[in-house]
Ligand binder design. Structure first.
Ligand SMILES: Cc1ncc(C[n+]2csc(CCOP(=O)(O)OP(=O)(O)O)c2C)c(N)n1
Length: 811
């Protein structure tokens, strides 16, 4: 096909790097992708899938990009990238997987990107073996798992691209050939025009520009973000103009190359992508390709039609500039292939896509129908043995009449039958209950697994090694303890990279990394700009590429800037991919009490409730902190470690086995024993609670003080309940808001641990105030828990128990 010499001549004149066959193959890929969009939309409209969002109108730049995307490269994109994904991977399989996800096929083999957990068009390939270990990333194109918050793909792009630079420039990393071929990998970012109004976009662009990683960032500009045109989103309505400040000077390395190309123009696209990727790969110079004049033939998604907000003129323009139509005209115009031949191919291709879709549907619906059948068969047996035969029969026929059942239908019907026959005890009913239990467990596994690692490297599998002290163990400052640990950690693992604000030259604001940049180099202990979201993203991207990042957020209060990324991207990663991807990043920060509204926060409830999937560790001192770092560095789970801000200048004894000892997760420590009341706390309040316990002792009250140590996970062996069995009274203490982490701890102990059973008094909480902590020592005293307040609350509690023995003397 298309072997006519004049065509090749024409292509030569156009300086195109592709043969006629390759061009036709591109067209067919784009065409098949369009069919996926059209057929996919139909599936939603007919009720077989719940929601659909497709890549129509963006096909051409993506088939072009695929020519330059190599094995080992990374994609960090969004829901419009279906054509790229079909082009990068085995196409039939990729299309089948696309439909499987559209139907929410909850099987990792059918939907390897998300095992039925994510909405359609949330792409990502499996980077892990079934046992949770890494695959060889250099053996295939890599796609980071997508998330729905638009723009959230950008912060991690910082880390994906920066990893290439580190793999190239740090000699100690050259041995990790499973992850990188000396940093030759490009990180490809994709973003919609409207999403460029997000702060994440600009922050990431700036960070990548500073770090100079090999990123090629494509902006798919179709002039709209759902219904909102660029005039409401982009200053002067022209992104290319806005981006000019990022443009590198001729001959200089610093900055970006910027291309503006029309999304329907094949040769323009080829030239831009070839140039951008060549330069990025060879010289680590990033580029932005602003792809303009794109369209959205079916509108934004299946949730509404674009006729509501686009004018007739715009719709006509979109019809004429549809990239597929333009590409076809270009092919026929150059006589690469005739209109008739293309039409024949299109017919075949449409049939092919329909066939793949049908296979995906069968694979999805068949087991669900079979399970329904099995349940219905047991219902039939129950009918023969039940006094409620008619009712059960009705439930059964209603279930069997649902045209496209889901598992919920079967489960709900089973539960109805169990209720209907509650007074009966037939063998068939027993069989149904056993079947239900199994079915429930299977479905729990389908949707609940992989929140944390279950691999041999899971943090919970790291063996506890206790710190060892001898008479010669020196007493040193807390910051020196942390420093001693990191020195050992950097020496033993070349993959360890620490970065953050004031981390490099200064060695962090509290000196925990003091002197380590000089020792291990600027690339391993590195300063960054003030950009918490992309510090988090940088850690995520680096961790996904096999590095071991310790990303520092200077103060806990500023974690809020990074929290969205940590919550949406890092915390969900392993779960949303059904165990297909992981990013074992460590987020290091410091908090609780010091001075001032934004340096004393202890926003722990906000954090723990938003980052399930990341462990949250709250060491009370630097010895415990170092032990936690050591545990996490041996694991493949991510963690946030909150050091105690006012602990760096306090003296601690340096364990003799620094670098060896570990602190286990989810294991509280009893800091003081007592028999009257259990005081449960963590972090900075450990010290003041211990002081209060000493004062209570002086008035005859023996308090048991327990440091929970890690909030996620929380007391996995229910050690606190053991204390409660002894004391029958419990108080939860922290610096968070009322009803914050103390309420969480109470629920963990009383509900999950069954502690309510042992209570003889009302459980209490002692917390910070609902407002932020005020500045100064008095501000602190009246905003946060203090020794005297803890004393009085505990004394009140004991007074209720025995007013004669504990008379009130302070009111
Ligand atoms: C952070 C965030 N805000 C809002 C939304 C809802 N939303 C989904 S897509 C979209 C429009 C995105 O437009 P654009 O970036 O131009 O990409 P396009 O869909 O046009 O490819 C919006 C507002 C979202 N998913 N995430």
């Amino acid at each position: 096909m298309g072997q006519i010499p004049p065509v090749e001549e024409k292509l030569k004149l156009l300086a195109l790097p592709l043969s006629p066959e390759e061009i036709i193959a591109d067209y067919r890929k784009a065409y098949r992708s369009r069919q996926v969009s059209l057929i996919g939309r139909r599936e939603v409209m007919s009720g077989k899938a719940k929601f659909g969002i497709f890549g129509d109108g963006k096909e051409l730049p993506q088939v072009v990009m695929a020519h330059f995307f190599r094995k080992g490269d990374f994609r960090s994109g969004y829901y419009r990238d279906q054509t790229l994904m079909f082009a990068l991977f085995e196409e039939e399989q990729a299309i089948q997987e696309f439909f499987a996800q559209l139907y929410a096929h909850a099987d990792v083999k059918a939907d390897p990107a998300s095992a039925g957990r994510a909405m359609n068009a949330h792409f990502g390939n499996r980077l892990l073996n079934p046992d949770g270990s890494w695959k060889n990333q250099v053996d295939f194109p890599n796609s980071f798992s997508d998330v729905s918050p638009t723009g959230a793909q950008m912060p991690r792009l910082v880390g994906l691209t920066y990893a290439s630079r580190l793999y190239r420039e740090i000699e100690g990393l050259h041995q990790f050939t499973q992850f990188s071929d000396r940093g030759n990998e490009i990180a490809w970012g994709m973003i919609g025009n409207a999403t460029t109004a997000e702060g994440h976009f600009w922050e990431s662009l700036n960070a990548i520009g500073v770090l100079q990683g090999p990123a090629v960032i494509s902006i798919w500009d179709d002039n709209y973000g759902i219904s909102v045109p660029n005039e409401y989103a982009v200053t002067r309505q022209n992104l290319s103009e806005l981006l000019k400040g990022f443009q590198r000077d001729p001959g200089q390395k610093n900055g970006y190359d910027i291309y503006t190309v029309r999304g329907w123009n094949y040769s323009e696209l080829l030239e831009a992508y070839q140039q951008a990727s060549d330069i990025a790969r060879a010289d680590h110079i990033p580029s932005i390709i602003h792809v303009i004049e794109l369209t959205q033939p079916q509108g934004h998604s299946t949730s509404g039609s674009h006729e509501r907000y686009k004018s007739k003129e715009r719709l006509d323009w979109e019809g004429e500039h549809d990239c597929l139509r333009k590409f076809r005209e270009w092919i026929t115009g150059l006589d690469i292939l005739s209109d008739e031949k293309l039409a024949d191919m299109e017919k075949d291709d449409r049939k092919t896509v329909e066939g793949i879709r049908e296979q995906a549907w069968r694979a999805y619906i068949t087991p669900i129908r079979e399970e329904r059948e099995q349940a219905a068969n047991i219902f039939s047996k129950i009918v023969e043995q039940s006094a409620h035969a008619d009712d059960v029969e009705r439930v059964k026929s209603r279930l069997l009449n649902i045209p496209n059942p889901v598992r919920r239908d079967t489960m709900a019907a089973i539960r109805q039958v169990i209720i209907l026959t509650r007074e009966e005890d037939s063998p068939a009913r027993k069989e149904l209950i056993a079947w239900k239990e199994r079915y429930h467990a299977e479905n729990e596994e389908r949707y609940d697994s992989h929140l944390y690692s279950s691999s041999p490297e899971a943090a919970l599998n790291v063996k506890e090694i206790k710190p060892v002290y001898t008479e010669s163990s020196p007493e040193i400052h807390g910051y020196e303890v942390i420093n001693a640990f990191f020195d050992i950690a950097f020496k033993r693992d070349p993959r360890l990279i620490a970065f953050g604000e004031d981390v490099g030259k200064l060695g962090d604001v509290n000196q925990g990394l003091k002197g380590l940049q000089e020792k291990y180099g600027e690339l391993r202990v590195t300063d960054t700009g003030i950009r918490e979201a992309t510090i988090a993203g940088q850690a995520i991207g680096m961790a996904l590429r096999g590095l071991v990042p310790v990303a520092e957020i200077q103060y806990l209060d500023y974690l809020l800037y990074a929290l969205q990324i940590l919550s949406d991207d890092l915390a969900t990663l392993r779960w949303r991919t059904g165990g297909g991807q992981k990013a074992p990043a460590i987020i290091r920060t410091r908090g609780h009490r010091l001075e001032g509204i934004w340096h004393s926060g202890s926003l722990m409830a906000g954090i723990i409730h938003l980052v399930r999937g990341i462990y949250v560790l709250t060491p009370r001192n630097m010895t415990q902190a170092a032990g936690f770092y050591n545990t996490m560095l041996q694991s493949d789970d991510p963690a946030i470690i909150v050091e105690v801000l006012n602990g760096y200048r306090l003296k601690e004894r340096l364990p003799d086995n620094m670098g060896e000892y570990t602190v286990p997760l989810g294991v509280p420590e009893v800091l003081r024993s007592g028999s009257d009341v259990t005081l449960v706390t963590y972090g900075a309040t450990c010290r003041i609670t211990l002081e209060a316990a000493e004062q209570l002792h002086k008035v005859g009250i023996e308090a048991e003080v327990i440091d929970v140590q890690s909030l996620l996970p929380f007391d996995i062996h229910h050690k606190i309940v053991e204390s409660l069995k002894k004391t029958a009274r419990i108080v939860f203490i922290d610096e968070d808001v009322p009803g914050g982490t103390t309420a969480y701890m109470m629920q963990e102990v009383l509900e999950n641990g069954g502690g309510y059973y042992w209570l003889d008094s009302l459980p209490r909480t002692i917390t910070g105030k609902a407002h932020r902590p005020a500045y100064g020592s008095d501000g602190d005293y009246w905003s946060k828990p203090n020794v005297e307040g803890i004393f009085e609350t505990v004394y009140d509690l004991m007074h209720e128990v025995d007013p004669k023995k504990y008379p009130i003397f302070y009111r």
